[in-house]
Structures are given as C-alpha cells and as structure tokens.
Design a protein around this ligand. Structure first.
Ligand SMILES: [Zn+2]
Length: 242
C-alpha cells in the first residue's frame, strides 16, 4: 500500500478522506465537505500540507470547502465541470482521465445518476476507489439528476471491478440501508450482515469503507435483476420508512 487514507466523520453524516502518497508525501482531500474539518485533519495527521482536491460531484457537502482550502494551501482543484456550479475548479476531468498524486495514479470513471457529472476515482495499484454518492454500503445515491438506466450502468461499472476493491463511500447511511435491504432479502447471510452493521453502529463504529465483494453479495441495488427492477427498488427506497 503506497497510499494512506485517513477517514473522518464531518457535517451530519459525511465522511471526509485525507490521503497521502507515501512515496512523495503529497496530500489530497477527496471532496471538501467542511474546510474546517479538513484543516483539522491535516493538523492531527501531521502531514503538514494539502496539494490536491479531488471532487466527485458538485453538491455543496462535497465542494463547500474548495474556496477556503485553496486560499489557505494553494492546492489544485480537480473535478468534473459541474463543480463550477457551486465552487472553484482548476482542472476538469472526464471519463478515462488520469490524475496523479505523487506516484499514485487515479483513474477517473464517469458514474452519472446521482448527478449527471459525477465521477469516481480509483487507484488500481492500491485496489481502492473513492465513490462519492454513487454507491453506499448496502445502498446507492438518490437520482437527483440522472435516469435509473444511467445509475444502473454506473453501479455495474463499479461492480465489475475486482471483488477485493475497497470502496470509500461519502456517507454513513448503512443502518438505514440495511433495514431496507432486509425488506427485500431474507437470506440468513443478509440477516447476519445487517446485524453486524447494527452492532457496529451501536458501538459508534463506521461501516465505511466497504468492498466490491460485500456489495455484490448484499447491496439490494446491485442485486436488482435489470434496470427496470433497479428503478423500482430505488423508488421503493425513496419512500421507505424503516
Ligand atoms: Zn451528493
């Protein structure tokens, strides 16, 4: 592992990620939910710098700290064009682009659905990805801008990665997602997985990151039969009180 990830809770249910390329000491934040929290994490880590912001999508709980962090550190801001709706951006990335943090290389994958421009960042060498609000542990993002077909395709691009891939999701929604999953899936292993989620949350422990393997096995959206079934499940979750 040549990339170190520090995950921290911020805002009401977001996770921030401060990452360092160990070969060069270069530091990035994935999204900027809260500039104050990112600066505090830089302080606690002792890493002493911020070189890069990687934005996944334009929503304010992912870009709200861009302006201040750039002003205070001079870092470069990389993200999809849509970020400009809410915050400053230096370099626009699209599907297939590569972004470097020192010796770490992130591959950009377009993943529309939650927003139209949403991208995710994957380091193949480190077997991990930052997936923003596309996929969550046992869930997926709401369809604010895209179609069910777009989101179904985006989820399947992620599901096609190696099963060992670690997925860093941007919110702690897993207990609520697990209750919805149980409403559709009564397999004993699903129940056991949900119980482990509930127990972790009662202990105050995060359930993020997850893995492609776990999501392929338990995520009710990845387990949909097709795009139409996915659309029905997404609509049911939007109205689910559990
Ligand atoms: Zn969002």
């Amino acid at each position: 592992m040549t990339l170190t990830v520090r995950q921290f809770a911020c805002l009401s249910d977001n996770y921030g990620f401060l990452i360092r390329d160990e070969a060069t000491g270069m530091v990035a934040t994935v999204d900027t939910p809260d500039a104050e929290a990112v600066l505090a994490e830089i302080e606690v880590s002792g890493w002493g710098r911020l070189d890069l912001i990687l934005n996944t999508h334009w929503h304010p709980d992912h870009t709200g700290g861009n302006e201040r962090l750039k002003a205070e550190t001079g870092c470069e801001i990389v993200g999809p064009e849509e970020v400009r709706r809410a915050a400053p951006l230096d370099r626009v990335v699209v599907d297939g682009d590569l972004v470097r943090l020192g010796e770490t290389v992130f591959e950009v994958t377009a993943a529309p659905g939650h927003t139209l421009g949403h991208v995710v960042y994957r380091s193949i060498k480190d077997d991990l990805a930052f997936v923003g609000d596309v996929i969550f542990a046992l869930g997926c993002g709401r369809l604010f801008e895209g179609s069910p077909e777009q989101m179904w395709d985006s989820l399947n691009r992620i599901a096609a990665w190696p099963e060992t891939t670690t997925l860093y999701c941007a919110h702690e929604y897993t207990a609520s997602n697990a209750r919805f999953a149980l409403s559709l899936d009564d397999r004993p292993e699903m129940k056991a997985h949900a119980e482990a989620v509930f127990a972790a949350r009662e202990r105050g422990q995060p359930t993020v990151p997850t893995t492609v393997a776990a999501e392929r096995r338990f995520n009710p959206f990845l387990r949909a039969a097709d795009a139409a079934d996915f659309a029905a499940r997404r609509a049911a979750k939007d109205g689910f009180k559990g």
